[in-house]
Design a protein around this ligand. Structure first.
Ligand SMILES: [Zn+2]
Length: 193
């Protein structure tokens, strides 16, 4: 069954060990923030720091694992038609839009959407870490370290498949930041197999 996350919104759901989550960019150039929490103990959470450290790389693709803060593998990338995702930046938020865009009445962003979707699972906003930002294109200047948020490389129908290596709670968005999505807000589709 295909689920749709409408533009600028989010969802949360469970994913059992061995199940595969397919996240599809149906129109192209749309980012989706992904969070994972261990279902048996929500203090165990996806960790950018540990994953990038153990892989010694910032751009992840097949067959890379995504580690938790306790160094257990939560998910593994098993299919990836894009090959460019970001694991450096936090979910966009009211503060992102206030600080970077100068918005006076900012949207709650991926952060607010994730907090809302994850609340029924007992996950509070302060527990939200750096997300694995699917399709987000953030190249890094190797000398200065400068980050650029460029349009995603994903085209309509591109997708990534992640297999769960433990029972998880997943948070997933259709990102709300203009810059990350080449200036327009589009839906995200996902499927669990
Ligand atoms: Zn976002």
């Amino acid at each position: 069954m295909l689920h749709e996350i409408p533009p600028r919104s989010g969802a949360a759901f469970t994913l059992d060990k061995g199940q595969r989550l397919t996240v599809i960019d149906p129109q192209g150039e749309q980012v989706s923030d992904l969070l994972a929490f261990a279902r048996h103990d929500i203090d165990e959470v996806i960790s950018s720091g540990r994953t990038l450290d153990y892989l010694s790389r910032i751009f992840l693709t097949v067959p890379d694992p995504l580690y938790s803060n306790r160094s257990n593998i939560m998910l593994r990338i098993v299919t990836d038609t894009v090959g460019r995702h970001d694991f450096l930046l936090t979910p966009c938020s009211k503060d992102t839009f206030r600080i970077i865009y100068g918005d006076t009445e900012p949207h709650q962003g991926c952060f607010g959407n994730l907090a809302e979707a994850l609340a029924p699972f007992g996950i509070v906003p302060d527990r939200i870490p750096v997300a694995f930002n699917l399709f987000m294109n953030v190249p890094v200047d190797g000398t200065t370290g400068e980050l650029k948020v460029l349009p995603p490389l994903s085209k309509a129908g591109d997708h990534i498949v992640l297999e769960a290596e433990m029972d998880l709670i997943i948070g997933l968005t259709a990102c709300s930041a203009l810059q990350s999505n080449n200036g327009s807000f589009k839906p995200i589709h996902y499927r669990i197999d």
